[in-house]
Design a protein around this ligand. Structure first.
Ligand code: PHE
Length: 542
C-alpha cells in the first residue's frame, strides 16, 4: 500500500521532501513509510536522504502541569485571598510534590510570604508555565530563555525525529518488478529465463551461523605448555628413557626453562587431548575405559576396600538391577583377595571379617577409574608370572558415577583423570616427583601435599595447588602408593610398587572457565548457547 503510494507519487513529482509530512498527507503510518523507503532505496528504485528534526515535547511531569496548572499556581490558589494559613494546613491541601516545588517557586516569584503562616503577597497571578507548556504541545516556538528554564525543570525534553526525503532512483519504476532469486526448472523449460530479471547476488550478505560441531568446555580448555615440552618431546623422539628419577629430569627441564627466554606459547591444545598428550609425552599408555558397568569386585574388593566400607552403600554407589551380578571373576585371584580381606598376609593382619562373595558379585556403575587400574594391574601381574615383569605407566580419562546429592560442586556423574606407574623400588619421592612433573605441565608448579587416607593406598596424599587468581591453595587431586594387600594377591613380587594419582576433569575446567556451578558445565542443565559461545581457555598461565 505505502509502496504503491510512494512510487505513484514520484511518477508525477520530483521529490517527497519530508516522509513525515507525506505520511500525514496520505493517511499512512510513518514507520510503514520508512520501511518501504529503506527497501526501495536498497533496490535503487529511490534515492533517500536522511532528515532529522529535533522537537521539544512535554515530559510526563510537563503533561501533568499542562492539564492541572503549574505547582506554584496550584499552591498560590490554595492560599486564602485574605489572612494566612498554617504551613501544615496548606500542606494538606495540595499533593506533596506540588507543595515542595510550589512553595519554592511561589516564594521565588514573590507571590507568597513564607513562614509558619503563609499568606499572599499579590492578589492575582498568571500561569505562564502552563501557557508555555501548552504552546510547546501545540508545536509553537517559544522564547529560548523560557525553553531553557522548562528544560532545567525537566518539564520538556528534546525528541529527535527521523525521516527521509526521497527522489527517483536509477532503477525507478512505478511498480516494483518481480525479480527471481532462483533459476528453476520451470523457468528453463518454459524459456522464461530469457526475460526474467534475476535478483543480484549479494556477496557481502552474511551466511547463517554454522550450527554443528561445538566443543564442550571440558574438551575445549587449552593447555599452554612452554619450552620444556619441546624438550620432553625431543627426549621422547630420541627414545631416551624418561627414567623414573623424575626429580632429576624435572631439574633438567627447569634448567632449560630458566636458561631460555620464553617467546611464547609453544604448544596448545584442548584439555582432554592435551592431558592425553602430556601423559603420552611422559610415556604413559592409555587404559581401555570403555566399561561403565563394573563388578564390586574390581571396583572395591580388589582394591582392598572392606565390604562394610560406607562407599559400598547404595547411598554412595549406584548398584545395577539388571544384570544384578557379574558373570565371571578370576576364581584363583578371588580366593586370594578373600583371604587378604579376612586374615591378611604379606605382613598384614587383614580386616578380620567374613568376606562374602555375593557382595563382590554385585554390579555397579564404577565409582572411580581406579577400577580400571585394578584390572590392568592384575593383567600386568599375570603377564609377569608367565613371562617377565615389565614396568608400566598407564593413564585414563573417563566417566565415573557416584550416588550423590547434586549441588553446585557435585555431580552424580563426572570425569576422572588417573595416572599410575608400576615399577620396582618406587618410593614416595618418585610419586612426588611424577606429580610435580605432571602438574607443572598443566601450569601448576606450586604443589603441597597433605597426608590422607584411601583403603588402597599407603601412604596417601591429597594434592593442593596454589591458585594465584583465587589467592589460595586449592585441592586438586588424590594420590598414593598402592598397598601390598592390593598388589601381592594380584601376583606382584614384593619389590614391585605402584604409585598412582587421580583428579577430576571438571574441577580445573570450572576454575579455568570461571564456572561456579558444576551443573552448568555437565549434565542436562547445560546451556547449549554457552557451549557455542565460550572461548578457548588457557591452562598454563596462572
Ligand atoms: N580413586 C581415587 C578417587 O576416587 C583417586 C586415587 C587414584 C587415589 C589413585 C589414589 C590413587 O578419588
Amino acid at each position: 500500500m505505502a509502496e504503491e503510494v510512494i512510487l505513484g507519487y514520484l511518477q508525477n513529482h520530483d521529490e517527497i521532501s519530508d516522509s513525515g509530512q507525506f505520511a500525514t498527507d496520505h493517511g499512512l503510518d510513518h514507520s510503514d513509510v520508512v520501511n518501504v523507503i529503506k527497501s526501495l532505496h536498497g533496490f535503487r528504485y529511490v534515492d533517500a536522504q536522511d532528515i532529522k528534526r529535533e522537537t521539544d515535547v512535554l515530559t510526563e511531569e510537563g503533561e501533568k502541569y499542562a492539564e492541572q496548572g503549574s505547582p506554584e499556581v496550584q499552591l498560590f490558589l490554595a492560599v486564602p485571598a485574605e489572612g494566612s494559613i498554617l504551613k501544615e494546613e496548606l500542606q494538606k491541601l495540595v499533593d506533596p510534590a506540588v507543595f515542595k516545588i510550589g512553595c519554592s517557586q511561589a516564594a521565588k516569584n514573590k507571590w507568597v510570604q513564607m513562614g509558619n503562616q503563609i499568606s499572599r503577597k499579590v492578589q492575582h497571578v498568571e500561569d505562564r508555565i502552563k501557557d508555555l507548556l501548552l504552546q510547546i504541545r501545540d508545536g509553537q516556538e517559544i522564547d529560548t530563555g523560557d525553553k531553557k528554564s522548562l528544560k532545567a525543570r525537566k518539564l520538556i525534553a528534546v525528541q529527535t525525529w527521523k525521516g527521509y526525503s526521497v527522489r527517483k532512483g536509477p532503477d525507478y519504476a512505478p511498480i516494483r518488478r518481480r525479480t527471481a532469486t532462483d533459476l528453476t526448472r520451470e523457468y528453463l523449460q518454459g524459456g522464461d529465463w530469457r526475460n526474467i530479471e534475476f535478483k543480484e547476488y549479494n556477496f557481502s550478505a552474511k551466511g547463517p551461523p554454522p550450527e554443528g560441531g561445538h566443543l564442550h568446555p571440558l574438551n575445549k580448555a587449552r593447555i599452554t605448555l612452554f619450552f620444556f615440552n619441546l624438550f620432553s618431546l625431543f627426549l621422547y623422539i630420541l627414545n631416551e628413557s624418561y627414567t623414573l628419577n623424575f626429580h632429576t629430569s624435572n631439574q633438567i627441564f627447569k634448567r632449560h626453562w630458566d636458561g631460555i627466554s620464553v617467546e611464547g606459547i609453544m604448544y596448545q591444545s584442548y584439555v582432554k587431548e592435551r592431558l592425553k598428550d602430556i601423559f603420552r609425552l611422559m610415556n604413559f599408555e592409555e587404559m581401555p575405559t570403555n566399561r561403565y558397568v563394573e563388578s564390586s569386585f574390581w571396583n572395591f574388593d580388589a582394591l582392598f576396600q572392606p565390604q562394610q566400607h560406607p562407599a559400598r552403600d547404595s547411598h554412595d554407589t549406584f548398584f545395577l538391577k539388571a544384570p544384578e551380578t557379574t558373570k565371571q571373576l578370576p576364581e584363583d585371584y578371588v580366593e586370594l583377595v578373600k583371604r587378604v580381606h579376612e586374615s591378611g598376609g604379606y605382613g598384614s593382619r587383614g580386616y578380620g571379617y567374613d568376606w562374602k562373595r555375593e557382595e563382590a558379585n554385585k554390579n555397579l556403575l564404577r565409582t572411580h577409574t581406579t577400577a580400571i587400574s585394578s584390572r590392568m594391574l592384575y593383567a600386568v601381574a599375570q603377564l609377569a608370572k608367565q613371562q617377565s615383569f615389565t614396568p608400566k605407566r598407564y593413564f585414563s580419562i573417563d566417566r565415573v558415577f557416584r550416588n550423590e546429592a547434586v549441588d553446585r560442586t557435585h555431580l552424580a556423574e563426572f570425569h576422572q583423570i588417573e595416572g599410575l606407574v608400576c615399577d620396582r623400588g618406587l618410593t614416595l619421592g618418585h610419586l612426588i616427583g611424577v606429580l610435580q612433573d605432571f602438574f607443572s605441565r598443566l601450569g601448576m608448579d606450586k604443589l603441597k601435599f597433605k597426608p590422607a587416607y584411601n583403603p588402597y593406598t599407603e601412604p596417601s596424599m591429597e594434592i593442593f595447588s596454589y591458585h594465584k587468581g583465587l589467592g589460595k591453595w586449592v585441592e586438586i587431586g588424590n594420590s598414593g602408593m598402592f598397598r601390598p594387600e592390593m598388589l601381592r594377591p594380584m601376583g606382584f613380587s614384593e619389590d614391585v610398587n605402584v604409585i598412582a594419582w587421580g583428579l577430576s576433569l571438571e574441577r580445573p575446567t570450572m576454575i579455568l572457565y570461571g564456572i561456579d556451578n558444576i551443573r552448568e558445565l555437565f549434565g542436562h542443565k547445560v546451556d547449549l548457547a554457552l557451549v557455542k559461545r565460550n572461548p578457548l581457555c588457557l591452562i598454563g598461565i596462572q
